[in-house]
Design a protein around this ligand. Structure first.
Ligand SMILES: C[S@@+](CC[C@H](N)C(=O)[O-])C[C@H]1O[C@@H](n2cnc3c(N)ncnc32)[C@H](O)[C@@H]1O
Length: 233
């Protein structure tokens, strides 16, 4: 994914709302940990706001892309598995953006990740999760193929497939550009919002806010993106 990730998810207005939301939850001088920090799409602009940001990711290539960006060195980068590894303690904010908890393949490991979050949060800290509502998968074709122009000379073909019996979700990406075809794939397990709240309870976290987007929109009848905030206790 590292070679194509930033082309798939370029900075967009939603990112500004997201950064504003996260900065608003972080006290002055606070510390943030992003799980699955990737190429630093979120962590780098967050660090540019004067916040101390640490990020963990399994993929050294994603971390290398982050480090190569202007401001990327401001983020403490740790290569590791957020379901098992602890980066530090007393973080004011832990962030799981872009459905990253769904990249974890089993319910047990997803719960373990939330338990690691509770261990690393300050008592007054918050976990912020961005996650899609799985109902969207039931309202559309399966598998679903989407095509999008990334630039005047490159096209993204993107196929998502759901395995409803296993709550499995997988995605295949192919970017065609002047240099050829670059492919990547992802898979994981989607989580229902009510299930997420129970997994969080098992990990010692409780839901304090849920929104239909980063601008704190109310959750609509047919949500696509959800932003959930959990506290310890
Ligand atoms: C969808 S990307 C999100 C990247 C970034 N958070 C963003 O919002 O752009 C998910 C990232 O999580 C990482 N990841 C997935 N499972 C992980 C795990 N168990 N431990 C650490 N990183 C993981 C992947 O390598 C990938 O970089």
């Amino acid at each position: 994914m590292a070679r194509i990730y930033d082309r798939l998810y370029p900075a967009e207005p939603k990112l500004d709302s997201m950064i504003e939301f996260l900065v608003g939850l972080c006290p002055p001088g606070g510390r943030v940990l992003e799980l699955g920090v990737g190429t630093g799409r979120v962590a780098v602009p967050l660090a540019a706001c004067g916040i101390r940001v640490s990020g963990i990711d399994l993929d050294p290539d994603m971390l290398a892309v982050m480090k190569s960006k202007p401001g990327g060195d401001a983020v403490e980068a740790v290569q590791g598995d957020f379901t098992t590894d602890v980066v530090g303690h007393d973080f004011d904010l832990v962030v799981l953006a872009m459905n990253t908890l769904f990249a974890v393949p089993t319910q047990d490991a997803q719960c373990a990740a939330l338990t690691r979050v509770a261990e690393q949060l300050a008592d007054t800290g918050r976990l912020v999760l961005e996650h899609f509502d799985p109902n969207v998968l039931y309202r559309r074709q399966n598998p679903l193929m989407t095509m999008r122009a990334l630039s005047a000379t490159s096209v993204l073909y993107f196929t998502t497939s759901a395995d409803f019996a296993k709550q499995g979700i997988s995605a295949e990406f192919a970017v065609h550009d002047e240099h050829g075809v670059h492919t990547a794939s992802e898979s994981g397990r989607y989580i229902w919002p009510s299930e997420l709240d129970v997994l969080a309870r098992l990990a010692g976290l409780r839901l304090v806010e849920r929104h239909g987007g980063w601008e704190r929109q109310p959750v609509p009848d047919e949500p696509v993106v959800l932003v959930s905030v959990y506290a310890k206790g």
